[in-house]
Design a protein around this ligand. Structure first.
Ligand code: NAI
Ligand SMILES: CC(C)CCC[C@@H](C)[C@H]1CC[C@H]2C3=C(CC[C@]12C)[C@@]1(C)CCC(=O)C[C@@H]1CC3
Length: 320
């Protein structure tokens, strides 16, 4: 996001709780977004805020999710208003409507999940509601939420690294479900493109004000075909055996229960959580027609090209 904004000639301030990269063209502010006094200096003279911060979805820390995603987002909104920021673009998630059941070509009018699978999803819903309801053209404060799905690409610390770690640990033997479930995986450049288009289209009287938009690669692919392509390109074996979805799901629930019971004595991070099993065994792909219609969105990098660029970008993860 930072690199694309700089390329387009925008001046960029970055606010983060940790300094994850070096770039002398940006002004970096270190702080916690839950603290308004720490946020305010980063917002002086700023026209648009992209709020993309969140604890990692794999965390189980309920209090952290509530503090950062929910309360922290309310603090971001207040700080933006106090600093005179006119536009707020939230990185939400298409998962706000996912509760473990198939979603085929899901549109933005599907209601939020009533029973979200984890605290991440639960607090992404609360966060999105806060941002969208704070849209108020009368006070010159416009908001929009972008809902990407399954982001991947160079430097992503999640998808490819977790996949390789699982393969190296010998746990990538089983395909969950029948292997036909279509899913969206979205290349980072397309996600960024969607965010920048949203910011550029966020004007008074624009149809996008106060709304949420799915941003995907618009090329749904069977979950296990995608994972197998990445694994094979990195010289690992693709999963060979099948395990029925419900067996895997209840096993993951059982493991979660055991992890919870053992927490006072030992911290264990299971690979197969109910959320990951649900993502691996169901259909979850989304329509991005609304983003095409209202802001002229089209993916700029195809899935084939995206996989190629991603695989090339992780030389250390290739099996030799
Ligand atoms: N990775 C994915 O597949 C998807 C991610 N998203 C959303 O995209 C956004 C970015 O996610 P990723 O790039 O995957 O994660 P990431 O972990 O690379 O980026 C999140 C950033 O938030 C920062 N952060 C966390 N707590 C903070 C706090 N209290 N104050 C200031 N900064 C804080 C972290 O230090 C990190 O740099 C998140 O909002 C996530 O919910 C949405 C859909 C899919
Ligand atoms: C161990 C294997 C069964 C799966 C390995 C790959 C997974 C790490 C990823 C496959 C789909 C990804 C995904 C997310 C995180 C990483 C995966 C589970 C999200 C939960 C990230 C945050 C979101 O908002 C939704 C994403 C959906 C897809």
């Amino acid at each position: 996001m930072v690199e694309s904004l700089l390329e387009k000639g925008y001046a960029v301030n970055v606010f983060d709780v940790r300094k994850g990269f070096e770039n002398d063209k940006v002004h970096f502010f270190l702080g916690d977004l839950c603290n308004k006094q720490e946020l305010l200096p980063a917002l002086q003279g700023v026209g648009v805020v992209f709020h993309c911060a969140s604890p990692a979805p794999s965390s189980h820390d309920k209090e952290l999710f509530y503090r950062v995603n929910y309360v922290g987002t309310k603090t971001v909104i207040q700080a933006c208003k106090e600093a005179g920021v006119q536009k707020l673009v939230l990185t939400s998630s298409a998962s706000v409507i996912f509760e473990g059941k198939d979603i085929k070509n899901g549109t933005e009018d599907i209601p939020y999940a009533k029973n979200p699978i984890d605290y991440y999803t639960e607090t992404k819903i609360l966060q999105e509601k806060e941002v969208l309801s704070s849209n108020n053209p009368d006070v010159n404060f416009l908001t929009v939420a972008i809902r990407p799905h399954g982001i991947f690409g160079p430097r992503d610390p999640q998808l490819v690294p977790i996949l390789v770690q699982t393969a190296r640990a010998g746990k990538m033997k089983f395909m969950i479900g029948d292997g036909r479930n279509l899913v969206d995986f979205t290349y980072v450049d397309n996600v960024v493109h969607g965010h920048i288009l949203a910011a550029e289209n966020l004007q008074k009287n624009s149809p996008i004000c106060g709304k949420a938009y799915h941003i995907t690669n618009d090329e749904p692919i069977p979950f296990w075909t995608f994972l197998s392509r990445i694994l094979i390109s990195l010289n690992y074996e693709a999963p060979k055996y099948r395990i029925p979805y419900w067996v895997a799901y209840y096993l993951a629930c059982l493991v979660s229960l055991i992890v919870l019971l053992l927490r006072p004595i030992r911290t264990i991070k299971p690979t197969f959580t109910p959320m990951r099993v649900a993502l691996a065994g169901t259909y979850h792909y989304y329509s991005c027609e609304q983003a095409k219609r209202d802001m002229g969105y089209r993916p700029i990098v195809s899935l084939d090209e995206a996989v190629e660029r991603t695989v090339q970008s992780y030389p250390k993860l290739h099996k030799v």
